[in-house]
Design a protein around this ligand. Structure first.
Ligand code: 0JX
Ligand code: SF4
Length: 343
């Protein structure tokens, strides 16, 4: 600590704050769906898997009466369950129907778009290569749309293992929250093996993932260290740390909360970059900014590479119930979970 304090006076400390960062439209909608379901139907509201991959959000919603479960068979017969932003396979919908569950499907519309691509290419009997991370909920949901046609490729290192029936009838699709650069590398290797490989009809890596990576790339070369706020199971947050390092940051760290930042990480740092994943409420970034100000990083400069104006309306059946009850629905308002959590 003594070394750290002696350098405080000599360094010109600043924060480069990435924009866009934090909540995307799909997360905003999913969290809002759980909050509105709790307010409208009353607790408990069951949620299959984490509604989004963020500890703070899950803890805040749990305090308000959400019960997070791993599978629908943990939900009492006939109860209400929300499906997470990452999407579910048709089998999960069937299991829920068999238990007579009232479902609210908070799957991001951009994930649904990938599901539809999978269904369409499978119905034309393509071999579908799903670039994504095995075990991730989104990949399980997408693969479940056409398990006989889809094989998962985790990255360039797995391309050599891919076997297809007809190399002239192969298409790739992807998880929405991957590294853009690594995915392009994977696709380039796939194309070396299968020159007729078809691209998906539109980008599967979503606008929010792309924008957050572009913003962190823009600031990383000027940063001695980059801090990414986001949970360890959040694919897009973890990717931001990797992208920062690849783009030239001196070091990069991912934290859930400001309290996890070690002072020694910033001992020799003049410029610290700061960003957050698509599932991260802005309050957590504000807490990091407040902490860093106490350590002399009072100059905050925004580095903006895009402006986002996307919002998705609430899941249809929830919207209909709210409307029937005369509730006010403001789909274009930017929402954050209620600040009832102390960390
Ligand atoms: O692990 P992911 O990045 O896919 O999910 P997270 O952190 O909950 O981010 C938002 C939800 C993304 C769905 O595509
Ligand atoms: Fe939707 Fe992209 Fe957000 Fe995922 S990261 S919820 S695909 S907008």
């Amino acid at each position: 600590m003594a070394v750290f304090e002696s350098k405080v006076a000599t360094l010109r400390k600043r924060i480069l704050l990435a924009a866009p960062r934090g909540y995307c439209a799909g997360v905003d909608r999913a969290v809002d769906a759980v909050e509105k379901a709790l307010a409208h139907y009353g607790a408990p509201v069951y949620v299959r898997k984490e509604i989004v991959h963020n500890k703070y959000v899950v803890e805040a919603l749990t305090k308000r009466g959400a019960i997070f479960v791993s599978e629908t068979d943990e939900v009492p017969q006939g109860a209400r369950v929300v499906f997470s932003a990452h999407g579910v396979s048709p089998a999960v919908h069937e299991q829920a129907a068999a238990r007579h569950l009232e479902t609210i499907d908070a799957t991001c519309p951009l994930v649904t778009k990938v599901h539809k691509q999978a269904v369409r290419f499978a119905s034309s009997d393509y071999d579908i290569i799903l670039v994504g991370h095995t075990g991730h909920e989104e990949v399980e949901g997408t693969q479940g749309e056409a398990p006989d046609h889809i094989q998962v490729v985790n990255g360039p290192h797995e391309v050599d293992q891919v076997e297809v029936r007809d190399p002239n009838k192969v298409v790739w699709i992807s998880q929405t929250t991957l590294s853009v650069d690594e995915t392009m590398e994977t696709v380039a290797k796939l194309r070396e093996r299968f020159p007729a490989l078809q691209d998906p009809p539109s980008d599967d890596i979503c606008y929010a993932t792309q924008n957050r990576q572009a913003a962190v790339k823009a600031l990383a070369p000027d940063c001695d260290a980059v801090i990414v706020v986001g949970s360890g199971n959040s694919s897009n947050s973890v990717r931001l740390k990797e992208v920062a390092l690849e783009a030239g940051a001196g070091a990069a760290y991912r934290v859930d909360f400001a309290s996890e930042i070690h002072p020694e990480w910033l001992a020799d740092v003049e410029t610290v970059g700061l960003t957050s994943g698509a599932s991260v409420p802005e309050i957590l970034v504000r807490e990091v900014i407040e902490l860093l100000a106490q350590w002399g990083f009072e100059d905050v400069q925004e580095v903006r590479t895009a402006t986002e104006n996307i919002a998705f309306s609430l899941p249809k059946n929830l919207r209909a119930d709210l409307k029937a009850a005369g509730a006010e629905i403001r789909p274009h308002e930017r929402r954050q979970p209620a600040p009832d959590h102390t960390c």
